[in-house]
Design a protein around this ligand. Sequence first.
Ligand code: HEM
Length: 129
Amino acid sequence: MVLFMSSSYAVCPDSDLGEVMDEMKTTFKEMRGALEDEDWETIVSMRMEMQKLTAASAEHKPLKLEKIPAEEQSQFLADYQEGLTLLETKLDELEAAETTKDIELAKSIVEDIAKHNKSSHEKFKMKCD
Ligand code: HEM
């Protein structure tokens, strides 16, 4: 028996991608702290972890896909993969900034990532919280 049906959920359902993203959140937070401390060792290891998590994200599909009309789904998935590729590009830029230990450049790349994260969630995350 269906008691309640809605186009959105009160609470986001759990998903494999959500689990990867939760790890992304703690890793990114630690990265931002390390930037403030100019702790390059931690910046490097968090950047490497984020590269792994970005690759892992590409193995999953967003929950929102089920809300997208069938004829738009392949474009939605292509855009999602493109969003992950942009994150990968930013992480590669950060890797380059590590070699010259350019902290201001590293900070501006990380701010770009934060903006990209926000706009990606607006596009690809199901509205449920
Ligand atoms: C630093 C970068 C990012 C951080 C810190 C981050 C963090 C998060 C967090 C905390 C969640 C909620 C997880 C949950 O439901 O428990 C989430 C969900 C999500 N994120 Fe990200 N994210 C980042 C980048 C991205 C990018 C670049 C994309 C897409 C190109 C993306 C797509 C999504 C999607 C689709 C969900 C919903 C999960 C699902 O549909 O199963 N995120 N993210």
